[in-house]
Design a protein around this ligand. Structure first.
Ligand code: PEP
Ligand code: MG
Length: 324
């Protein structure tokens, strides 16, 4: 069993009807990155940068960040690395004084891109470091907690200006560094068509999207089954985001935990998803799940999935698809 899974390292993530699915890796450590590379990940789909900011009392400077990002880019040997800008807020143990202390409701407070845009010198330092790393291999920039068009326009404007500055200073940067938005606030999911023109790609953060859509704290165990993406509203939202992005020719991935759960692979494929970003620890199991499915059959079963009225019905649909 383990050995068979191991053999899938060199196999494509391809469905039975020969559609290639992109498996990106989520990473935040050196081990994650080397693991991702060894397992044949298409690239890093979510590089979380918070670790550079937490558990220390001074903010990391541009050079320190540049070296960290460059090392990931080099380790991936030409495969794309998607670097998420800092997703920090009062919910994280931040000792640098970056986040506002004592927000009454940190999950709904100044976190992610909101914090970045309120602390522009700190954000510019990070963007400069990422842009410099783009001179060493393909890099994409991913922005967390986006809720409207204005935020993406502001970030894009900063990137344009910093790119010009860096080139003038003599740095060699990539011709183009694709910019993406995390879709994890329901408003961004519902209004994606209003700002899709401002991004090159999107990545759905189902961990937060579930939390905000269902008003269920992702860290509160007392909520039991309430915090789950297996809700009809969540399926409709996912389908809408995937459709909007695909209709505009923009790559769309899911990078939340559900992408790494092989039991949910048929559901995401049925909704039209062709890119998953997941922890390297579950990459081979998801690859195996993909290789056991026909995409045409799953797409044909999507209407039945979207008619499900509760979690049990969704679960039964999943059981049927696994058995088929
Ligand atoms: C998410 O919200 O789904 C996500 C991938 O980001 P994080 O878990 O870091 O909030
Ligand atoms: Mg998130």
């Amino acid at each position: 069993e383990r050995k068979q899974l191991h053999r899938l390292r060199r196999e494509p993530s391809r469905t039975l009807d020969e559609v290639d699915i992109r498996l990106w890796a989520n990473a935040e450590s050196r081990e994650d990155v080397t693991g991702a590379h060894a397992l044949g990940a298409a690239g890093v789909g979510l590089y979380r940068t918070e670790f550079l900011f937490l558990q220390r009392s001074e903010l990391p400077g541009e050079d320190e960040q540049f070296r960290a990002y460059r090392d990931v880019v080099l380790a991936m040997t030409g495969r794309t690395v998607t670097i998420r800008t800092m997703d920090i807020g009062a919910d994280k143990a931040d000792r640098t004084g970056l986040a506002l202390a004592d927000e009454p409701n940190p999950a709904l407070g100044v976190r992610g891109v909101r914090l970045s845009l309120s602390r522009t010198p700190v954000f510019e330092t990070q963007l400069r470091a990422i842009l410099r790393a783009s001179g060493y291999g393909p890099v994409r920039i991913l922005v967390p907690m986006v809720s409207n068009r204005e935020e993406m326009l502001a970030v894009a404007g900063m990137i344009r200006r910093l790119t010009r500055d860096l080139r003038e200073e003599g740095h060699e940067l990539a011709e183009h560094v694709p910019l993406g938005a995390m879709i994890e606030v329901p408003a961004a999911a519902l209004a994606l068509s209003c700002f899709i023109d401002t991004v090159d790609f999107v990545s759905i953060g189902t961990n937060d999207l579930t939390q905000y859509l269902l008003a269920a704290d992702r860290g509160n165990d007392a909520l039991g089954d309430l915090y789950s993406p297996l809700h009809p509203a969540m399926l409709k939202l996912l389908q809408g985001v995937i459709r909007t992005a695909r209709a505009r020719g923009k790559p769309v991935a899911v990078c939340g935990e559900m992408a790494g759960d092989p039991a949910l692979t048929p559901l995401l494929l049925a909704l039209g998803l062709e890119e998953f970003s997941l922890h390297p620890g579950t990459l081979l199991e998801v690859r195996r799940a993909i290789r056991a499915q026909r995409l045409d059959a799953l797409r044909a079963a999507a209407p039945a999935l979207l008619r499900c009225r509760d979690r049990d019905a969704i679960q039964r649909w999943l059981d049927r698809m696994r058995a088929a």
